[in-house]
Design a protein around this ligand. Structure first.
Ligand SMILES: NC(=O)c1ccc[n+]([C@@H]2O[C@H](COP(=O)([O-])OP(=O)(O)OC[C@H]3O[C@@H](n4cnc5c(N)ncnc54)[C@H](OP(=O)(O)O)[C@@H]3O)[C@@H](O)[C@H]2O)c1
Length: 329
């Protein structure tokens, strides 16, 4: 698979990464460790060298699955994980915390669960309003100096925060939502990333599954599925947003591809420093998604997609209010 560079310090990854979260957290699926290990191994066999997880996924088990899976080929893959939460005595997520001592403790836990002595890319998961970003960047800088981390990343940070962090410790990648139905990063964020030479890792590149056409207004999510709490996934919003799915389906037919492949190929075509991280629990969908790297969208294709998209109005916020406050700050 084609390789892409994130940031200016030699971080090189496959053009498509693999988002591990939904293997056992947030998307209603609960794969066993054995099943997760098999799927991650299959992704590696197919050329994926970039795997995304976080301390908070599970919490903790998602990192354990990834650590187990990549142990046989650790030296040949890039692991990205994230800090920024605290946990109660039962190990449940208990709010944001990016204080230096919390970051250090999180890094030790992640290193242990990932069975590695270095985290390739370490993101702050959400900006903590109680901790100056300079302190966060400074702590990661220390971890880099100590050899425990190789590259620094941010997730859902706003432009002023990115600039301040980057001045302390160069940021290799920003990971934020970006897809055919969430294009806000185009306005302010992408130009600043280009200016600073920071890579971009779009999460939820398939619109949490919606853009693939596999979800409609009647789809019932498992009670553990976090999409139940997302306004954009109310059944009314799903019904209203079907016109986008229809449009993507038409483009897919013209290009002899699937809607999921169009959603990913469109992201890949935006900039050479963009690396989407789709997630799936299914081998046949992994193959389908990786097929996006063979779908070429010409500038005429991109232009007609742009025109078609401008006629679609998306309904529903991408996060409920309490989580919306944590993004872009
Ligand atoms: N930094 C952050 O705050 C943040 C937030 C969210 C996600 N992430 C990262 O981004 C990764 C991906 O995001 P995501 O899981 O939210 O969304 P996504 O990759 O856009 O979509 C995943 C969903 O789509 C389904 N799917 C995947 N391929 C498909 C296909 N070809 N056809 C039909 N359905 C398909 C999957 O279901 P099946 O399993 O049934 O295939 C799953 O429910 C996560 O794993 C995580 O690593 C980061």
């Amino acid at each position: 698979m084609e390789k892409r560079k994130l940031g200016q310090n030699g971080l090189e990854v496959s053009a498509l990464g693999f988002g591990c979260m939904g293997l056992n957290y947030g998307r209603g699926s609960d794969l066993s460790q054995e099943e997760a290990v098999q799927l991650i191994g299959a992704a590696f066999d197919r050329g994926v060298t970039f795997f995304d997880t976080a301390e908070v996924y599970g919490p903790f088990t998602n990192e354990e699955f990834l650590g187990e899976a990549i142990a046989p080929f650790r030296g040949r893959v890039v692991i990205a994980t994230k800090f920024g939460y605290q946990f109660d005595e039962q190990g449940r997520e208990a709010g944001l915390n990016s204080r230096p001592e919390q970051i250090r403790a999180a890094a030790e836990g992640s290193l242990r669960r990932l069975k590695t002595d270095v985290i390739d890319l370490y993101y702050q998961h959400r900006v903590d309003p109680n901790v100056p970003i300079e302190d966060v960047a400074g702590t990661v800088k220390d971890l880099i100096r100590e050899g425990k981390v190789l590259h620094f990343g941010l997730s859902e940070a706003g432009v002023p925060t990115i600039r301040r962090a980057h001045a302390v410790q160069p940021v290799a990648a920003l990971q934020s939502e970006y897809s055919l139905w969430w294009r806000e990063p185009e306005a302010e964020l992408l130009p600043v990333l280009e200016e600073l030479g920071i890579g971009f890792v779009p999460f939820s590149p398939l619109g949490k599954g919606f853009l693939t056409g596999a979800i409609n207004a009647q789809t019932q999510f498992d009670p553990s599925d976090r999409r139940n709490g997302i306004p954009r996934f109310s059944s009314e919003a799903r019904a209203a947003n079907q016109s986008l799915v229809t449009l993507i389906g038409q483009i897919a037919q013209e290009k002899n591809a699937t809607p999921a492949q169009i959603a990913l190929a469109w992201l890949l075509a935006q900039h050479p420093w963009i690396v989407p991280i789709p997630g799936t629990t299914k081998l046949h969908r992994l193959d389908e998604n990786l097929g996006a790297t063979d779908v070429e969208l010409s500038s005429a294709d991109l232009k007609s997609i742009q025109i078609a998209l401008s006629e679609v109005v998306i309904q529903g916020d991408r996060y409920p209010a309490h989580l919306q406050r944590q993004v872009n700050r």
